[in-house]
Design a protein around this ligand. Structure first.
Ligand SMILES: C[S@@+](CC[C@H](N)C(=O)[O-])C[C@H]1O[C@@H](n2cnc3c(N)ncnc32)[C@H](O)[C@@H]1O
Ligand code: SF4
Length: 395
């Protein structure tokens, strides 16, 4: 990592203040690789007993310490422990991890701490122990409640385990999330409706619902399953919006639905173009300085990451976001939000004048894709439905 003077030198952007800062921690192991998944996740050879928990946490702490000069004096407003399958780590290891973070960083008093959990790693009292370690929000990767679909998706858990895990999450946490996917191989509208009924019966305060995408370099890309046609997928999305709405969950972002007061601060900060430091294998960071916005990527392969982080050399790639790319990067995120963004936020977070997006905003308004006043810009219903078209106006 470069000397701090390098980041502080003058440049053409003028950021008047720095945005809220979040911390992302990547734990890269899973019991088994799912055929649709292109996340940086690796099967843990030899089972959970073989997880190098202590060495990985040592590497994370070394990584964090090397990064401290870049975030000096700033408070952290949220932590997201993602993966991979972070719930494979023992509650004691998560306790050590959060203790190590607290000893090195100032956390805001209401800091949200999310941990991703897989129902296949669930055992009695485990979630409660994560809560005692300082996790405030659990995100449970359910994907579906249908045994046949769970099987096709290569999941290590079944319907009964998913329900038991969500019930335990509800007992142990004031707020939690379910990850669900739709447009699954062979899924009918009726299957989807049953999945949603089951999900909503568990009364989650937050649900993230993703259209299954066939990602390059996955098993599904090589052996494509038959998935629902576009029309059916749209009908499914309409059904999802209708059912979540009736259950009191509002769609505040393209894929995120929450009861009032339960939206995810960490994800909101990404979409609002806030800052995040990402530590762990393959983690990404976006950090602002008075005159520049910097992105970093860490080494992806877990063993290489540990070796590198322990000698204070975890970053494999560092780039400055160019002045020309900033408007699109901001819009790519902000327009995903139902409530859009404040005009002031654009200038605060990119350090650019509003004239940088004036033409795009005018065209978007003319096409009926946004509505705006002197304070805010919001995507319209149509803008939300044709989000790619809307975002590309700022390319
Ligand atoms: C990194 S995974 C974390 C949770 C945990 N590893 C699990 O799978 O239970 C985050 C979420 O992204 C979604 N996801 C992963 N691959 C996807 C794909 N190809 N298409 C759509 N959603 C996907 C899944 O809903 C998954 O729960
Ligand atoms: S458990 Fe989650 S992170 Fe792991 S392979 Fe499956 S989808 Fe990917």
């Amino acid at each position: 990592m470069r000397d701090i003077q390098h980041y502080m030198r003058s440049g053409t952007l003028q950021l008047s203040a720095l945005p809220p800062l979040s911390l992302y921690v990547h734990l890269p192991w899973c019991l088994k690789k799912c055929p649709y998944c292109d996340f940086n996740s690796h099967e843990v050879a030899g089972g959970t007993a073989a997880l190098p928990e202590q060495r990985y946490i040592d590497a994370l702490m070394a990584d964090l310490e090397s990064s401290l000069p870049l975030i000096w004096g700033r408070s952290v407003h949220s932590i997201f422990i993602g993966g991979g399958t972070p719930s494979l780590f023992s509650p004691q290891a998560i306790d050590d991890l959060l203790g190590g973070i607290r000893a090195r960083l100032r956390l805001s008093p209401d800091c949200e701490v999310t941990l991703e959990a897989n129902p296949g790693t669930f055992e009695k009292n485990r979630f409660r122990a994560f809560r005692s370690a300082g996790v405030t929000r659990l995100s449970v990767g359910v994907q579906s409640f249908d045994d046949a679909h769970l099987k096709v998706l290569g999941r290590v858990h079944d319907r009964a385990q998913a329900i038991a895990a969500v019930e335990e999450a509800a007992q142990s946490f004031d707020t939690f999330n379910l990850d669900i996917m739709y447009a699954l191989p062979g899924q009918t509208l009726q299957n989807l409706e049953q999945d949603m009924q089951q999900a909503l019966a568990l009364q989650p305060p937050h649900i993230s619902i993703y259209h299954l995408t066939i990602e390059p370099n996955t098993y599904f890309a090589k052996f494509p399953p038959v998935i629902p046609e576009e029309d059916l997928a749209y009908a499914m999305l309409d059904k999802i919006t209708e059912m979540t709405g009736a259950a009191g969950l509002g769609r505040y972002e393209v894929s995120a639905y929450a009861k009032p007061g339960h939206s995810c601060f960490h994800n909101l900060n990404y979409w609002q173009f806030g800052d995040y430091l990402g530590i762990g294998a393959g983690a990404h960071s976006k950090l602002s300085f008075a005159h520049r916005v910097v992105r970093q990527v860490r080494y992806r392969e877990p063993k290489l990451y540990m070796d590198k982080a322990l000698v204070r050399d975890a970053v494999t790639l560092e780039t400055e976001v160019s002045r020309a790319d900033l408007p699109f990067e901001f819009m790519l995120n902000a327009l995903r939000l139902r409530d859009g963004f404040k005009l002031q936020d654009f200038t605060d977070k990119t350090g650019l004048p509003l004239t940088a997006v004036q033409k795009g905003l005018e065209e978007a308004e003319r096409k009926g894709l946004i509505e705006r006043d002197f304070v805010r810009v919001r995507p319209t219903e149509r803008g939300f439905d044709f989000l790619n078209d809307l975002q590309s106006l700022f390319l």
